[in-house]
Design a protein around this ligand. Structure first.
Ligand SMILES: [Zn+2]
Length: 129
């Protein structure tokens, strides 16, 4: 019986990469959440529909909010009428990423535990023989 260090290291490496990926997404999400001001120097008013159904136009409003909608499309940017509307999406995605991060951290912890237990047994067997 021999312990397969390379297998565990490979699994842990994958989890580490997943963790880095989730943390990058969190950073991107936070960086992509902004307040924007409508340009007032354009001849034609520009408008969009918020996810709540509210129509927002540069001729009426001063500001709007943007947030990345990575869950639906990695490059999608959502435009929102208000901070409250943007926060619903921002928090939803942030929570999803935080849950995912916890899951990976827990998985790494469990794997280490299993491995340490196996190592203890391995040493005990060796000492007996
Ligand atoms: Zn809205």
């Amino acid at each position: 019986m021999d312990l397969d260090y390379s297998l565990m290291m490979g699994l842990d490496y994958n989890l580490m990469m997943d963790l880095t990926d989730v943390e990058l997404k969190l950073e991107e999400l936070e960086a992509g959440y902004k307040k924007k001001y409508f340009r007032k120097d354009t001849k034609r008013a520009w408008s969009f529909n918020c996810h709540c159904g509210e129509k927002v136009g540069s001729n009426i409003a001063e500001e709007y909010f943007i947030a990345l909608i990575t869950r639906k499309d990695p490059n999608a940017i959502g435009r929102f009428c208000s901070k409250e509307c943007a926060e619903i999406y921002f928090n939803e995605q942030r929570n999803e990423l935080l849950v995912e991060r916890e899951r990976i951290i827990e998985e790494r912890r469990k794997m280490r535990e299993v491995y340490e237990e196996a190592e203890r047994k391995f040493i005990a067997i060796k000492e007996k023989s």
